[in-house]
Design a protein around this ligand. Structure first.
Ligand code: TXA
Ligand code: MG
Length: 325
C-alpha cells in the first residue's frame, strides 16, 4: 500500500480511538488522539506505564499552540523558531484542553513538533493540522525505545489496541528528544529534564546561558525518562573507561560478555564485540539497535566502553547510565 493510503488509514484509526505507532526522527512513538481520554488510556495499558507519567503531545508546524499551552513565553517562541520541527520538547503550563490523563496529573504539557516526514504528514492531516497526538516511545515501560518499525512490531505488535505501525525506516537521531521545562521561567529559569541531541549549549545560545543555570529545586516536574533505571536491556549493563576494559574482561573469563567498544579496535576474550562509530550523531543513531542486538545474544553482561564525556555527548551518556543502573 502506498504512503498516502497508510496515512489515511492511520488518521481513521486515530479518529476511531485506536493506537497508531509512527516514526519520528528520534524514536518511534505510540500515538493516540490527545483529546480522547479513552484512547490515551490505551497507551498506558499497552505500555504497562504508571498513570502518573505524563505524555508528550505532538503537534504540526501549523498548530495553534495557545490551544494547548496557557502562555507561550518569548523564550519558548525563540526555541520553536530555532529548533522546530525537531527533537526538542517544551514543558509549558497547560490549558484546560489538556486532560489530566495526558499530563499525568501535572499542570503542564509537553509539546513537540517532530521533523520526520511521516510524522509531519500525519500531524498536518490529523484534524486539519490542529490535532494533537499524545505519544510516548513505542516500547514497554522501562525498556529500550524503538528506532525501527520492527522493534515496535516485536514489542507491541500483538497488542489488539495497536491498529497499525507506520514504517518510516530507521529513526535518524536515535535517542529521545531533549526535554526543556519552561513552565516556571520566572522562578526557576529553564531546566533540562532529559538531555538529547539538542544540547544545553545550543539552547543557551538561543535563550541565554543565565536562564539555564538557575538552581532546580526538588519540586521540579517529574519526567519518567529521569528515572535512574530506564531505557534498559534485560541483560545487565556495565560501563567501563577504555583503560578498565581489558582488565575487566580478563578478570571475568567464565562470563559471556557482549562488549560495545568506542575507541578500541581489538578486544580479546569477549564473547561478542560490537564496534560503535566515532561520530556522535552516528553513535546515537545506532545506540538502541546495538543494545537490542547485544541483549538478543543472551550474554551474562553487556560491557560498554564509555564514549567521550564532552557536552555534546550528554544525551548519549545519559542513556548509557540509565541502561546500566
Ligand atoms: O523523542 C521523544 O520525545 C519521543 C518521541 C516519540 O517523540 N517520545 C518520548 O516519550 O520519549 P516518552 O513518554 O517515552 O518520554 C517522554 C518523557 C517522559 O519521561 C515524561 O515523563 C516526560 O517526557 N514528560 C512528558 N510530559 C511532561 C510534563 N508535562 N512534565 C514533565 N515531564 C513530562
Ligand atoms: Mg519512553
Amino acid at each position: 500500500m502506498n504512503a498516502f493510503n497508510q496515512i489515511f488509514l492511520a488518521i481513521k484509526a486515530l479518529e476511531a480511538g485506536k493506537l497508531v505507532a509512527f516514526p519520528t526522527e528520534t524514536v518511534y512513538g505510540l500515538g493516540a488522539d490527545a483529546e480522547n481520554d479513552e484512547a490515551v488510556l490505551k497507551i498506558y495499558a499497552a505500555k504497562g506505564r504508571p498513570a502518573d507519567h505524563p505524555l508528550i503531545v505532538h503537534v504540526s508546524e501549523k498548530a495553534d499552540l495557545s490551544y494547548w499551552a496557557k502562555k507561550i513565553p518569548l523564550e519558548a517562541q525563540k526555541l520553536i523558531d530555532h529548533f522546530w520541527p525537531g527533537p526538542l520538547t517544551l514543558i509549558l503550563n497547560k490549558t484546560e484542553k489538556v486532560s489530566d490523563i495526558v499530563s499525568g496529573g501535572e499542570k503542564t504539557v509537553g509539546l513537540r513538533c517532530p521533523s520526520h516526514p511521516v510524522a509531519k504528514d500525519l500531524l498536518s492531516q490529523f484534524k486539519g493540522g490542529q490535532g494533537g497526538i499524545a505519544a510516548p516511545s513505542a516500547n514497554r515501560f522501562g525498556r529500550i525505545s524503538p528506532t525501527l518499525a520492527k522493534h515496535v512490531q516485536d514489542e507491541l505488535g500483538k497488542d489488539p489496541r495497536l491498529a497499525m505501525i507506520l514504517d518510516g525506516g530507521a529513526s535518524e537521531v536515535g535517542i529521545e528528544s531533549t526535554i526543556l521545562d519552561l513552565s516556571r521561567l520566572t522562578s526557576h529559569g529553564a531546566s533540562i529534564l532529559r538531555p538529547g541531541k539538542i544540547t544545553s549549549q545550543a539552547i543557551a545560545k538561543v535563550i541565554g546561558v543565565d536562564l539555564l543555570n538557575r538552581e532546580v529545586g526538588q519540586d521540579a516536574p517529574r519526567a519518567s525518562g529521569t528515572l535512574l533505571s530506564h531505557y534498559a536491556p534485560k541483560t545487565r549493563v556495565v560501563l567501563m573507561s577504555p583503560d578498565q576494559l581489558d582488565a575487566y574482561i580478563a578478570n571475568h573469563p567464565q562470563k559471556r560478555l557482549g562488549v560495545m567498544t568506542y575507541s578500541k579496535a581489538n578486544v580479546k576474550g569477549a564473547f561478542f564485540v560490537l564496534k560503535m562509530p566515532q561520530d556522535k550523531a552516528l553513535y546515537s543513531h545506532q545506540l538502541y539497535a546495538a543494545l537490542r542486538q547485544l541483549d538478543d545474544l543472551s550474554c551474562d553482561q553487556i560491557v560498554v566502553e564509555m564514549p567521550p564525556k564532552e557536552n555534546d555527548w550528554e544525551g548519549i551518556n545519559d542513556r548509557l547510565r540509565r541502561a546500566a543502573h
